[in-house]
Design a protein around this ligand. Structure first.
Ligand code: ZN
Length: 246
């Protein structure tokens, strides 16, 4: 089975389309989305509809998805993120809002060997930043692999012989073979708002038969996404940051 692993689209339709197009040439049969369809970007409706139209897609909700539905307060968000949440609330259709509010809370275990969550397996809103967090997270799931998002950094943690080692993925494409004796926490990075100073859209393909994981970065029409953000009167910094990858 080949899974497209993606996260944090944040209303960026151009980035999402580029990823789906890129992945369609690489034979994917299942989709696993790790949360945050909306927030920041100017195309929440198009993104929700596109992801829900995929066949065989498994999703969990993200903190922005929750906040837009009113399932979470915007007090924990910085002023710019909060403004984008309010904008999204006003601009998302009723039908799509219902889809968002029905997104399941992670973690989910879609297969015995696989757990998925937005932030961390013990708290959907927690940021796994570094090995210290990863050590704790490994104690909260039983499967061999846990996919997570939320930080917008492509990252891989391996637990083997009671030792946890983190790898920040910097070169693309980057492929690793997953060892039978090890366990993994894997973040595919962000589709719609990468923060690792690489503005290209980030995702990964997991091949459960070959036991490989490959990280990709994809160019997309950043100018178009920026234009839409500015035309929508969203905070201009949300457009600027896309070309910087921050
Ligand atoms: Zn996010």
């Amino acid at each position: 089975m080949r899974y497209l692993i993606f996260s944090d689209i944040h209303g960026n339709l151009e980035a999402l389309e580029a990823v789906l197009e890129h992945a369609s040439r690489r034979k994917v049969d299942h989709y696993i989305f790790l949360g945050d369809l909306v927030g920041y970007g100017a195309s929440p409706n198009e993104v929700i509809e596109k992801v829900f139209s995929l066949k065989r897609v498994i999703m969990v909700r993200g903190n922005h998805d929750k906040a837009v539905c009113g399932l979470d307060s915007i007090q924990t968000f910085n002023p710019i993120a909060a403004e984008a949440i309010k904008w999204t609330r006003k601009n998302v259709s009723k039908k799509n809002l219902r889809l968002l509010s029905n997104l399941p809370k992670g973690p989910l275990v879609p297969h015995d060997h696989l757990t998925i969550c937005h932030g961390a397996p013990f708290d959907e809103d927690y940021y796994i930043f570094g090995e210290f967090d990863a050590v704790e997270a490994f104690g909260y799931f039983d499967s061999q692999i846990c996919f997570f998002g939320h930080t917008h950094f492509p990252y891989l943690y391996q637990e083997k012989d009671r030792t946890v080692e983190g790898t920040f993925i910097e070169e693309f494409p980057f492929e690793i073979r997953l060892e039978k004796e090890a366990r993994y926490l894997i973040n595919p990075g962000s589709v719609g708002q990468p923060r690792d100073r690489n503005p290209r859209a980030s995702y990964a393909i997991y091949d459960s038969t070959r036991r490989t994981l490959k990280f990709y970065r994809v160019e997309y029409n950043i100018k178009e996404s920026q234009k839409k953000i500015l035309a929508a009167s969203l905070p201009p910094s949300l457009a600027e940051r896309l070309e910087l990858g921050i």
